[in-house]
Design a binder for this molecule. Structure first.
Ligand code: 13P
Ligand code: SF4
Length: 304
C-alpha cells in the first residue's frame, strides 16, 4: 500500500505539472479507476471525452486502439499509452487489406467498424461503432445489408436485435468474452437463485440469450445503479464488478469473470513512468488520420 500511495501522489503531481488527464476504461483495476483517473467510462465515453478535453496531455489507461482513437480526435494533444503491449485480440484480427477485400466481395455494402480496430482499418471504413451504439449506428444507415466487423459476436447480437437488416461480419472475437459459455450462466443461476445476469455483447449470442440484459460496460453500470438488483453477475472483464462493487457496497456481485491481459498491462507504476518520461507517445500516420477520424466523427454525429 505505501508504494501504491506514493505512485498515486506522484501521478497527481505529474498531472498538474504536465497539464495531463488520465482517461481510464471501465476494465482498469480499482487502484487506477478510483484514484488517478480523471475520466472513466466505456469506449464511447472515452472517445467523446478525448474530443472534449482541453488538457495538453492525455494518458490513456486502456488499450492501444483507445489511445489511437483519442489521438484521432485530439490531433494537437500528446496522447500517451503507458504500455505499448496493451493490444486487443479484435484489433489484431483484421487488417486494412482484409477490409478492402471485403468491399470488393460486397460492392456497395456500407462498412461499420467496431472501434476495437487499428486506425488503418478505421480508415477503410464508412463509420465506426462501439458496443454502446452498434445497433443505432447500423440502423442509421437504412441499408438492406451492412458489414459490421470484425467482432462476429457483436454482429450476431446486433443481428438478433434488427432482423430487418442483413448483417455480414468477420471472424474476429474478443479473447476475454469468447470464453464465456451458456453453461457458465446456468451455473450462476443455480448457485444464486434470483441473481440478475448482465452480459457484454462481445459474448457469444448463446451467452447473451441466457442473460437478463446485454450492453456496453457503461450500459451495465447504468443498469446496476438505476435498477439496483440485490445480486448481480457481470459476464465480462473482472474489473467491471470490482469497480462497481466499491461504489455500490449494498449490491452483491458474483462471478464468473475473465481477465483481459491487455488491460492489465496498465498499472500505477506504468502510468507514473508514462508521465515522467512522456512515453509512449501515440501517433497516427497523416494519410490514415483523415479518413480514420472521419469514420469516428461520423459515429459521434449519429450518437452524440
Ligand atoms: P465497452 O466499454 O465500449 O463496452 O467495450 C468493452 C471492451 O471490451 C473494450 O475493449
Ligand atoms: Fe480487446 Fe476483449 Fe480486452 Fe476488450 S476485453 S481490450 S475487446 S481483448
Amino acid at each position: 500500500w505505501p508504494a501504491l500511495a506514493r505512485d498515486v501522489a506522484a501521478i497527481q503531481d505529474l498531472k498538474r505539472a504536465r497539464r495531463a488527464v488520465v482517461l481510464a476504461h471501465n476494465y482498469q483495476a480499482p487502484e487506477i479507476f478510483h484514484t488517478v483517473a480523471d475520466i472513466v467510462g466505456d469506449s464511447l465515453a472515452l472517445a467523446r471525452e478525448a474530443a472534449r478535453t482541453d488538457a495538453q496531455v492525455i494518458v490513456l489507461a486502456g488499450v492501444h486502439f483507445m489511445a489511437e482513437t483519442a489521438k484521432l480526435l485530439s490531433p494537437d494533444k500528446t496522447v500517451l499509452i503507458p504500455d505499448l503491449r496493451a493490444g486487443c485480440s479484435l484489433a489484431e484480427s483484421i487488417t486494412a487489406a482484409d477490409v478492402r477485400a471485403l468491399r470488393a466481395r460486397h460492392p456497395g455494402v456500407p462498412v461499420v467498424t467496431y472501434v476495437n480496430t487499428s486506425a488503418a482499418v478505421k480508415a477503410e471504413s464508412d463509420l465506426c461503432c462501439t458496443s454502446g451504439n452498434a445497433r443505432a449506428v447500423v440502423a442509421s444507415l437504412k441499408a438492406p445489408r451492412v458489414l459490421l466487423i470484425p467482432d462476429q459476436s457483436l454482429a450476431r447480437n446486433v443481428q438478433a436485435e434488427i432482423p430487418e437488416v442483413e448483417i455480414l461480419t468477420w471472424a474476429g472475437h474478443c479473447e476475454v468474452h469468447a470464453r464465456f459459455t451458456p453453461q457458465d450462466v446456468r451455473e450462476v443461476r443455480e448457485a444464486y437463485p434470483g441473481v440478475t445476469v448482465l452480459a457484454h455483447p462481445e459474448c457469444p449470442p448463446e451467452v447473451v440469450a441466457e442473460a437478463d440484459f446485454a450492453g456496453s460496460t457503461a450500459m451495465m453500470q447504468d443498469f446496476v445503479e438505476t435498477r439496483r438488483p440485490a445480486r448481480v453477475a457481470l459476464i465480462t472483464e473482472c474489473a467491471m464488478a470490482d469497480n462497481l462493487a466499491q461504489r455500490n457496497p449494498d449490491i452483491a456481485f458474483v462471478r464468473p469473470c475473465n481477465l483481459c491481459p491487455h488491460m492489465k498491462r496498465i498499472t500505477l507504476p506504468a502510468i507514473r513512468r508514462a508521465l515522467e518520461t512522456m512515453t509512449h507517445e501515440v501517433s497516427v500516420p497523416r494519410d490514415l488520420a483523415g479518413p480514420a477520424r472521419r469514420a469516428v466523427a461520423r459515429m459521434l454525429a449519429v450518437t452524440p
